[in-house]
Design a protein around this ligand. Structure first.
Ligand code: SAH
Ligand code: SF4
Length: 383
């Protein structure tokens, strides 16, 4: 955890004013009630009531909480807020994709992208870190040094902020716009597994936002020692950013491969709990012109995945300023897809979404930098 200020950390209250209840885990919500003076034996029930108002109804005002006595509501309102992090910029693409720049704390911003017409209705792509410690050479986020891990609250709050914008409250079982969550925004989720796992608990809770665990996909560049644990703790779907079929090339594209080579990665994937035909691993493969896109590589991919229930997402490379690669030609991508497809794997070519607003895969990057404590204080004092 970096030293960056977190205004959503209840312990940071004295420094940053009342903290928000929006985005807390069940246990944190109960602790918050106790700190607001609710007796221990009543705290659980009070927390459950608040939980439903916050995560089912999307309450932004304590006065909505009509099953909590008025005087208790005012005590809560004195000590807490129901604020979400601020959406400081909102861009809407010609294809309906929405990109939000979300300010989590002074000088700490992440991007969240809503992509309509994915899954049952639409997917929200959330960030787990600001920046990334890894430097995949085709990824824009990789050029932004890690500022810090996000808290579970900040991850859950991205979903809440997007649902505010899409007017998706209260939670309904019909006509939802956000049906799926993908951890494919900024950062490496498996380097922040505690927060990701708590966030998944919050987002999937049936008494709140109720987005099923099977509708959540966590994408990793291959943090081998954490893969099995991810499945055990979250029950989420697994996606692996593969991009190459041999270590020499993967070492260049995904430098983490030098630490965890392909053989070890494949072994870890096989250990993912409840893998099967209805629970396939998604392999992401970015199509880079003249780098990894030959028919021979398509065949090597098929061979590599033998025995693993998988689907393969071919992602046309999305360029960003001064990126060192080009996207493969359409024909090349189709030939590649056909080889994989003929071998019996679903191999959809992912249509680039929101390229015009730099919201597509790998184009996310915020201007946030890791600041010294003195710089942070100055920023905070200036609002
Ligand atoms: N760090 C995690 C999750 C975020 S990246 C991971 O690497 O899996 C989400 C996906 O976008 C990954 O598959 C990543 O490899 C891919 N990606 C990154 N840069 C891209 C680019 N410029 N064009 C297309 N896909 C890209
Ligand atoms: Fe980080 Fe994923 Fe980008 Fe690699 S592809 S730099 S792991 S965000």
């Amino acid at each position: 955890m970096s030293t960056a200020l977190n205004i959503y950390d209840p312990s940071a209250k004295a420094e940053a004013g009342p903290s928000s209840l929006a985005g807390l885990t069940r246990a944190q919500m109960r602790d918050a009630m106790i700190s607001a003076g609710v007796e221990d034996r009543k705290a659980k029930m009070r927390a459950e009531q608040a939980w439903r108002w916050i995560y089912h109804h999307g309450a932004r005002d304590f006065d909505m909480m009509t099953n909590i006595a008025k005087d208790q509501r005012s005590v809560l309102a004195e000590q807490f807020t129901l604020d979400r992090p601020e959406i400081v910029e909102r861009l809407v693409s010609v294809d309906g994709t929405r990109k939000y720049l979300i300010r989590l704390a002074p000088g700490v911003e992440c991007e969240t992208v809503f992509i309509p017409d994915v899954g049952r209705a639409g997917a929200l792509c959330v960030s787990s870190q600001v920046g990334c410690t890894l430097n995949c050479t085709f990824c824009h986020t990789g050029t932004q040094p890690l500022v810090r891990n996000l808290t579970a609250q900040e991850i859950a709050a991205q979903v809440m902020a997007a649902r505010d914008d899409l007017e998706e409250w209260p939670t309904s079982n019909e006509n939802r716009q956000i049906t799926n969550i993908v951890f494919m925004g900024m950062g490496e989720p498996l380097y922040n597994l505690d927060a990701v796992s708590d966030a998944i608990d919050i987002i999937s809770d049936g008494d709140g936002m109720a987005i099923g665990r099977r509708r959540m996909t966590v994408s990793t560049s291959g943090v081998v020692p954490k893969i099995k644990e991810l499945g055990e703790r979250t029950n989420a779907m697994l996606a692996i950013s593969l991009h190459a079929t041999n270590d020499d090339l993967r070492d260049v594209l995904v430098p983490l491969n030098k630490k965890y080579p392909i053989v070890e990665l494949m072994e870890a994937i096989k250990s993912y709990p409840s893998l099967g035909n209805s629970n396939r691993v998604t392999f992401e493969y970015v199509m880079l012109k003249g780098v990894n896109d030959t028919p021979a590589e398509a065949r090597a991919l098929v061979k590599l995945l033998k025995g693993i229930p998988s689907k393969i997402n071919l992602i046309p490379f999305n360029p960003w300023p001064n990126s060192p690669y080009e996207c493969s030609d359409w024909e090349t991508i189709e030939t590649f897809a056909e080889i994989v497809n003929r071998a019996g794997y679903a191999s959809p070519i992912r249509t680039p979404r929101g390229r015009d607003i730099f919201a597509a895969c790998g184009q996310l990057r915020s201007e946030s930098k890791k600041l010294k404590a003195s710089e942070r204080r100055a920023l905070q004092n200036n609002g």
